[in-house]
Design a binder for this molecule. Structure first.
Ligand code: PXP
Length: 250
């Protein structure tokens, strides 16, 4: 278990706003540098096949300018593999991707996709990249990730965040708790993310075997009201409050 819970800030939706006008503002790399200064332990960016938010040039600049680790989210395709092997980010998170979806809906079916995913994991791990799989909180998906040799899983918190407060959300939280405990038992580092905001983050941050949360959309939205720096600091404080520790970096 890691006492310090890392925060990865996802800057995709800074690029979404930039791309709405086709210019250079707001710059996701500037946002990433600001996030790091506000306490983000890493930056996450999803290079989608359709380049709807982050661009290839953004990834080049993030690699060149960031002092904190970059976690590149990508689909398991040959095109993305070549890009990852060229840049060698600290981490790659393999995610499912459908053209029509608004955001990453559901986790990767690692159990069913074992044969397709195996060479991607092998090449990425072989290049020294820390590979994670974005999965639903199901033991069979964790076991499949472990058998592929990826050292990290990221649990999809979307269903938990979307559930109304009360029994249904509690059920989703229990699934996350069970999965995070299972990850620790089988020797996988466990991350979590998707849809987290101030009102949903603390119960997930309190799960002791989760080492990292990745949060984007809410922080970028909240930046409109309080600024990006303040939103990140408040999220960081909520995470530390949930862990009830004085933040000490590992
Ligand atoms: N983790 C993964 C693997 C994701 O795909 C996303 C969304 O891009 C996130 C975390 C962050 O989700 P959100 O932007 O809803 O905070």
């Amino acid at each position: 278990m890691s006492a310090y819970l890392r925060l990865g800030v996802n800057v995709d939706h800074v690029a979404t706003v930039r791309n709405a006008r086709g210019g250079l503002h707001p710059d996701p790399v500037r946002a990433a540098l600001m996030a790091a200064a506000a306490g983000a332990d890493g930056i996450t960016a999803h290079l989608r096949e359709d380049r709807r938010h982050i661009s290839d040039h953004d990834i080049e600049r993030l690699m060149a300018e960031l002092k904190v680790p970059l976690n590149l989210e990508m689909a398991a395709t040959k095109e993305m593999l070549a890009i990852a092997l060229r840049h060698k980010p600290h981490a790659v998170c393999l995610v499912p991707e459908k053209r029509q979806e608004r955001t990453t809906e559901g986790g990767l079916d690692v159990a069913a996709g074992h044969n397709h995913l195996a060479p991607f994991v092998r090449e990425l791990v072989g290049a020294g990249i820390r590979v994670s799989m974005f999965i639903e909180a199901e033991p069979r998906q964790l076991d499949a990730s472990k058998s592929l040799g990826a050292p990290v899983v990221e649990l999809h918190t979307g269903a938990y965040c979307e559930a109304p407060p009360g029994a249904e959300r509690e059920r989703h939280l229990q699934r996350l708790q069970t999965a995070a405990a299972h990850a620790a038992r089988i020797g996988l580092e466990c991350h979590a993310g998707h849809g987290l905001g101030y009102d949903t983050v603390e119960p997930v941050a309190a799960i002791p075997t989760i080492a990292e949360l990745n949060i984007g959309h809410f922080l970028v939205g909240e930046a409109i009201f309080t600024g990006f720096d303040a939103a990140i600091r408040r999220m960081r404080a909520a995470m530390d409050h949930a862990r009830a520790i004085t933040p000490v970096r590992a």
